[in-house]
Design a protein around this ligand. Sequence first.
Ligand SMILES: [Zn+2]
Ligand SMILES: [Zn+2]
Length: 241
Amino acid sequence: MDCLEFRRQLGAEPGRRDAAFLAHRDACPACAAAWTRAQQFERRLADALAVTPPPRLAERMLLAQATGERLARRKYLQRGLALAASAGGAFVLGRFLGTRDDDSESLRALAVAHLPGEAFALGLKQPIAVSAIEQGFLNRGIRLAASPPPDVTYVHDCPVGPYRTVHLVMQRGGLPVTVIYVVGHRNRAHDRFERAGWHGTVVPLRAGTLVAMAANPELLAGAVRDWRRSLDGPAAGGPLA
Ligand SMILES: [Zn+2]
Ligand SMILES: [Zn+2]
């Protein structure tokens, strides 16, 4: 696929994820940038259309996703899901932004609420280039000390509530593991949580905080270990997830 064809397809269907399309995105920095802009635009569009959702919508959507129900109906629901979930995400975000007194609680809630707006990222299967991952961190002023894990399929510099973050997705055993690295905000303590069908762990790491989330809690320790090694260097010790 060449750039022209990629841009045509991107314009017609920004959420598409067939192999040829994703391969070009991963190989071509200019088109990768256009792809990122298109996803952001989709999100802004969804936000603009958002109306007050019913209570607990975001949690219910996330739960449905975590149990795999999404897979069967993905194609049909893709756009509606992104739209509705984004509305729910904004709603949950708004609720928790006011409760900064509990630092850790706020970070957990914001991290989980961030997922539906980029629901498409959970389904990406194609590993992305190391250079793209490194650039994702460099955009936040962070140089990785060692190679990132090989199974990263998504990277994006996302604002999460008041925090600047690098948002990553890895595929492990057929399940997505989401990692949100919060830049320049070090959580007071190591913390675990379960919320809306997601298991999560919050780990102070370097000058920031790593939040890892997965439907299967057994995937968290490995994800934290890999990112600790990548951010701190191969000699890094310290507690795991
Ligand atoms: Zn291109
Ligand atoms: Zn994000």
